[in-house]
Write a protein that binds this ligand. Structure first.
Ligand code: ATP
Ligand code: MG
Length: 414
């Protein structure tokens, strides 16, 4: 009997886990500068939280959620995204009281039952931010800039930012009506489109099958109410004022129901087939809809795996090695205690001023030759050998494992 990780999941180890950690470290740095605080929410929630907030007629709720019952028959779901969970935590703990303009971020695993392919998994990671209590377009612009800065911190600076406005509860119904009329005038729509025409007509705009048929799509911009128009113009002028290039894409919609007004997507052509690496927008009604106060919000999420694919393709990791590995070997079994004490010392305080090291050894059950082989296998850059003759003179042998040179150094010097 042999086991494999479930379809669509991955074990992340070795250099890949270091890359993911680096991305998360950079994200935490950027978030700190913008005053965003981290929140860790549970990996599972009541299933109805997601059905309610994301919306029944969405891909996530219709086919991608992992839903299960616990022993007491509670219907739970592995979280497919972070916004609903964070909003639930925000409301549950009345975070608005201490933090009326709360800025929060999360980093963690998300679960969606999708057909796995490069950059699309059933368990993947998102890094996301949510900005509550600020209805001003400055909040939208800041969220977009934040996502952009985060990507730039990992070398992804050639991106395109696509934005659109989905209107508000006043003007969107009007746009929906116009859209439905338009789509009904077309023939032979795919099955998904026919179904969504009744449940969620906006979703037809991003149908991959029928999009070529949509030649004269009504423009949402001509249906927006004045307040949504002004708001969208302000977001754009803020982006311009800080030199953030963007494109208005009137066909851009998001796969979740809670969005209102400005939505955006950030794409990189360095990912391959799935070029959206981050996405987000404003959702002014979600907090209220899940039982909280009437508090507007705007946020984004990026997919760590896709971001790392893009960073890799750009060459950001070309010289990325992780910490220097140092192996401690003993040529004389009696020096085990000295070598062990030395290993613990450099692990704590660094080696010759370098604190970014990983220390391995000593092992006392192998001869020196097999210890050196072991050091090679684990790709140590240096092996420090404790040998009797040198040790008695207060010295150690340092072997450079790449060019096979060796030098003697005084123990007191390292
Ligand atoms: P797509 O259209 O590619 O399915 P989405 O609209 O479902 O994306 P969002 O819900 O907006 O994606 O999630 C934000 C980001 O999370 C995406 O831009 C992407 O980078 C990442 N993401 C979404 N689904 C997956 C997945 N199954 N595997 C890996 N990353 C994903
Ligand atoms: Mg999706």
């Amino acid at each position: 009997m042999s086991y494999k990780a479930p379809r669509g999941t991955r074990d992340i180890f070795g250099i890949n886990v270091l890359k993911m950690n680096l991305l998360e470290l950079k994200a935490r740095e950027v978030f700190k500068k913008h005053g965003f605080e981290e929140v860790k929410t549970p990996i599972f929630e009541e299933a109805s939280l997601f059905t309610r907030s994301i919306g029944q007629a969405t891909d996530i709720v219709e086919k991608e959620m992992y839903i299960f019952e616990d022993k007491k028959g509670r219907k739970l779901a592995l979280r497919p995204e972070g916004t609903a969970s964070l909003a639930r935590a925000f409301v549950e703990h009345r975070m608005d009281i201490s933090n009326p303009v709360g800025r929060f971020f999360y980093i963690g695993e998300m679960f969606r039952y999708e057909r796995p392919q490069a950059g699309r998994y059933r368990q993947f990671h998102q890094i996301g931010a949510e900005f509550y209590g600020n209805s001003s377009p400055t909040a939208d612009a800041e969220i977009i800039v934040l996502a952009k800065d985060l990507l730039a911190a990992i070398g992804i600076d050639k991106i395109s930012v696509n934005i659109n406005s989905l209107g508000c509860e006043k003007c969107r119904p009007f746009f929906k009506e116009v859209l439905v009329k338009y789509f009904e005038s077309l023939h032979n729509l795919c099955q998904d489109c026919q179904r969504r025409l009744k449940t969620n007509p906006l979703r037809l705009l991003d149908c991959k099958i029928d999009s070529y048929k949509f030649t004269e799509i009504p423009k949402i911009s001509s249906c927006l109410c004045n307040s949504c128009k002004d708001d969208f113009h302000s977001v754009q002028s803020l982006l311009k004022s800080i030199g953030c290039a963007y494109t208005v894409d009137e066909k851009l919609v998001r796969g979740l129901d809670y969005y209102t007004r400005t939505i955006f997507e950030i794409c990189s052509d360095m990912v391959g087939s799935h070029d959206a690496i981050a996405a987000g927008g404003r959702y002014d009604n979600l907090v209220k809809e899940i039982g909280g106060p009437n508090i507007p919000a705007v946020g984004f999420a990026l997919g760590s795996e896709r971001v790392l694919i893009a960073a890799q393709n750009i060459g950001f990791f070309n010289n990325f090695k992780g910490p220097e590995k140092i192996f401690i070997a003993i040529a004389d079994q009696e020096l085990l205690n000295n070598a062990f004490a030395f290993a613990m010392k450099i692990a704590r305080y660094g080696f010759k001023g370098n604190k970014d090291i990983s220390v391995f050894g000593p092992v006392n059950d192998k001869n020196l030759t097999s210890q050196l082989k072991f050091a090679d296998k684990m790709q140590a850059s240096k092996t420090i050998v404790f040998a009797r003759e040198e040790f008695n003179k207060g010295k150690l042998l340092i072997k450079n494992m790449k060019n096979r040179t060796q030098e003697e150094v005084s123990i007191s010097d390292v």
